[in-house]
Write a protein that binds this ligand. Structure first.
Ligand code: CU
Length: 68
């Protein structure tokens, strides 16, 4: 799994927004978003930089991401 830590998610609407952002750059890949911890997990084989960019584009802060 690729693990990201995302800041700024406060409700289920934010979780859905992050899920949609990830789906936009990793269509059909399993995504797990944990609101309490800000943890976002995406299947291996996806582009971590593109995912982080999409999440930030959606208005959140990626505090930790793979390869950085
Ligand atoms: Cu929200």
């Amino acid at each position: 799994m690729l693990r990201f830590r995302v800041e700024g998610m406060t409700c289920q609407g934010c979780v859905n927004a992050v899920r949609q952002a990830v789906a936009g750059v990793a269509p059909g890949r399993p995504v797990t978003v944990t609101l309490a911890t800000g943890e976002v997990e995406v299947a291996e084989g996806t582009n971590a930089a593109a995912i982080a960019g999409a999440i930030e584009q959606a208005g959140f802060v990626v505090a930790e991401q793979p390869g950085r």
